[in-house]
Design a protein around this ligand. Sequence first.
Ligand code: HEC
Ligand code: HEC
Length: 349
Amino acid sequence: MCKVTVKVKGLIFSTVLMFAYCTGHKNDENGSLKKKMGIPDYIPDSVYSDTANLFSREKAELGRYLFYDKRLSVNNTKSCASCHAPQFSFTDSYRRSVGAFGDFTRHNSPPLVNLVFNNYFTYTDSAIHAPETQINNPMFGIKPVEMGWRGNENEILERIRKDSLYCKLFAKAYPDEGVRITLKNLQYSITTFRKTLISFSSRYDAYMAGNTYAFGENEKKGMQLFESSELKCNLCHSGYNFNRPQLRQAPYFTIGFSGDISQDTLKYKVPTLRNLAFTSPYLNDGSVESLDEVIRLFSKGGMAPNRHQYVSGFTLNLEQRKNLVCFLLSLSDSVFITKPQFQDPWAIK
Ligand code: HEC
Ligand code: HEC
């Protein structure tokens, strides 16, 4: 159990101030922290100063321990990382994931990359706009059970409260609070860790930053195709993350070619195209193994009668398809998947 020191206002006021000053806790939300974390200047500071869940390094570090902890599922079998592992850009390489009781999830595990830019989460639910809301899905969801928190909240929190390492980590992350190990603090720490999962070291990023040698002829031709009026890829896949439509609209479209359901009429969120080299299989049902196959589906056009007008098909020869794949692969960042500060802290001794 944690020894809780409740701070009485006034009495140890100066100590509190001193602590905040020494640890820099109060200043962590500003741009200098962004620099220390190697986040490029063009990413808005505002991302890290969301007052509802103020960013701090201490929260992010605590969140990392929680993200990799299987005790966060009812039967100690699944952590977030079980389905979102760093070597796969935080996906799991399965077509669909397996929850704590062995049930398949409805969809393929999506990559967790540059989520700070996203206003939409999940494949089909356009009403979820904050990671702090989305996190209830894997924890409390029952269709299927992923982590199994529903009805077991106190039991799981008790496990965490009994761990002396967590007592220390929560005290660092929430120094001003009396009762620290709460559901809210736990969730906010994990989402804070997620905000650090920033990937901007791909060859594409180097090319855009002015390193013309980062791209060969294949990538350049592939990029032209990607942006061409015939293929229209960039009308849906644009922005830092290639997941934002150019017209200001919700990023959900019917494209109608999920392999399992040949006439899938549902709308799905435009996925990021970053780190595709590590995230196969593709599409919401994980039905497609290769990027060449995805491109062939796009070239045939969507099969659903209500498919979006942008996915009406086009013709590419083999060489053009290869170039397009080269361009897509140039968006992959191998520094990201091996970054020490993103790895399992329980495994590092
Ligand atoms: C059993 C596997 C599994 C576990 C455990 C799991 N996830 Fe997921 N996660 C998924 C799947 C599958 C989806 C896609 C859900 C959907 O849209 O249907 C997803 C979606 C997400 C998304 C939305 C990403 C986007 O771009 O839309 C985030 C963020 C996320 N998970 C974070 C987490 C966190 C944090 C945890 C731990 C608290 C966690 N997940 C636990 C499988 C899992
Ligand atoms: C109408 C908007 C739209 C257009 C145009 C479009 N896409 Fe997509 N793309 C999507 C949506 C939505 C999905 C998710 C479909 C699913 O999960 O079943 C997707 C999925 C993908 C995927 C799979 C990613 C993954 O992680 O599963 C790739 C790769 C891709 N698109 C590349 C392209 C390329 C290349 C083009 C141009 C030829 C293109 N897209 C054109 C909306 C679009």
